[in-house]
Design a protein around this ligand. Structure first.
Ligand SMILES: [Zn+2]
Length: 415
């Protein structure tokens, strides 16, 4: 209750009025104070208020814990685990390539089948941020600010709250991963090593990445090529060195031809995606060599994205052959294959029906590339991917809360 108006009114009454009037004024002031307190609190109906508050508390705590992919996500996992009271919880631990400890969580309530909600705990680096990326600041409009707020600690919090608030008899599973932004090792750990998933066999997986609740029925996956040419380091004036870039130049010309082909050949494109042509992004790195030194190591990295309707072997073979022709060593890293369900798939239709938004395809990748090995995947969640991966990332708490009944209705339909 707000005491200030009550006390002020009491004081005024005592000064200006006789005792009976004072008693009356006291009663009126009490009523006014009660009213002010109630109006101040009841912005939302009770249930909605508590859902928003629970999501805000969890999402803010998760944002305040730095979980960039290079770091251990165990503090995030430790914050989430006590939220899963009444769930059967499995931890799968692993060390990433740099030896950093990672943990994924699998949780189930209500038994086998049903739907699974999936999201990741890691974030991209804090490139370009001016304000504190881990502030977890919630402004007066109910918007949570911070790295990973929309991608995707906010949606993860919404999914956990939705699952927890379901009747205990409705089967529901949570697949909470990490390393989504880099290697997808978290999702791989679940697909390959989770006993709980093997037991539960969820019928469908909703990856709750921020899509403004538009159901994404398919997305591209990528192959990353790392291409290395070696030279001999020397002072460039001596004539004793060999610059690795002279090996790389004709290789790069061949890459340009592949790129042009991707832009012009409809057989390598997919009209169901925007843009229809594939991403083939080339990064050139001389590792900081000074201009008076012959380059000992030139590295070209390429990210090639393709959808389920495109055969990646043309690009794969063309890059390999260009490497062989010019003496460039080529290494490949595959993300997993691109997931895609037909627009008329029952899961896709349920999602579109419940969210009221049109079904789309997306050019970016998610854990669905890996999780599709467990069950059919649709990607749909609150928040906007368009403001992720850059400074001032933020997500609206009321928007997160609005996703809860949609997630729950989906869970009920798959029960
Ligand atoms: Zn994400």
């Amino acid at each position: 209750m707000r005491l200030v108006p009550f006390l002020v009114a009491t004081l005024v009454a005592f000064i200006v009025a006789p005792p009976v009037a004072t008693l009356f004024a006291l009663l009126v002031a009490l009523l006014v104070a009660l009213l002010v307190a109630l109006v101040g609190k009841r912005v939302y109906p009770n249930a909605m208020y508590s859902i928003e508050k629970t999501i805000a508390d969890l999402a803010r705590d998760l944002v305040m814990m730095d979980s960039r992919s290079a770091l251990s996500n165990i503090p995030n996992a430790d914050r989430i685990e006590p939220e899963l009271l009444g769930f059967d919880v499995e931890r799968v631990d692993y060390n990433d390539a740099a030896g950093v400890q990672k943990r994924v969580l699998i949780a189930n309530r209500g038994g086998a089948g049903g739907i699974a909600f999936s999201g990741h705990m890691d974030t991209v680096p804090e490139t370009g941020w001016q304000e504190d990326p881990w502030s977890g600041r919630i402004d007066k409009h109910g918007v949570l600010h911070g790295l990973g707020s929309t991608d995707m600690k906010g949606p993860v919090a919404a999914a956990i709250v939705a699952a927890r608030a379901l009747p205990a008899s409705v089967p529901v599973t949570l697949l909470i991963t990490t390393d989504e932004e880099t290697t997808k090792l978290g999702a791989r750990a679940i697909a390959e090593r989770s006993d709980l998933v093997r037991r539960v066999q969820p019928k469908a997986i909703l990856v709750v990445e921020p899509t403004i609740m538009r159901p994404v029925r398919g997305h591209r996956s990528h192959i990353q090529f790392t291409c290395v040419a070696e030279g001999v380091q020397a002072h460039s004036s001596t004539g004793k060195g060999r610059n690795a870039n002279w090996t790389m130049v004709p290789f790069l010309a061949d890459l340009k031809a592949i790129y042009d082909r991707l832009l012009s050949d409809p057989a390598l494109q997919d009209q169901a995606y925007d843009p229809p042509f594939s991403d083939f992004n080339v990064i050139i790195d001389n590792h900081g060599t000074a201009v008076n030194v012959t380059v000992p190591l030139a590295t070209v990295t390429i990210k090639y994205r393709y959808s389920a309707g495109v055969d990646p072997s043309f690009v794969r073979n063309a890059v390999r052959q260009a490497g062989e022709r010019h003496g460039v060593a080529v290494r490949e890293n595959e993300e997993g294959s691109p997931p895609e369900l037909p627009a008329e798939h029952p899961f896709v239709r349920q999602c579109a029906d419940l969210s009221g938004k049109p079904t789309i395809t997306a050019p970016f990748g998610t854990d669905a590339s890996i999780l599709q090995a467990i069950a059919p995947c649709v990607i749909m969640g609150p928040g906007d991917i368009g403001i992720a991966h850059k400074p001032n990332e933020a997500v609206s708490i009321p928007e997160l809360a609005a996703a809860v009944p949609v997630f729950q209705a989906l869970a009920q339909r798959f029960a």
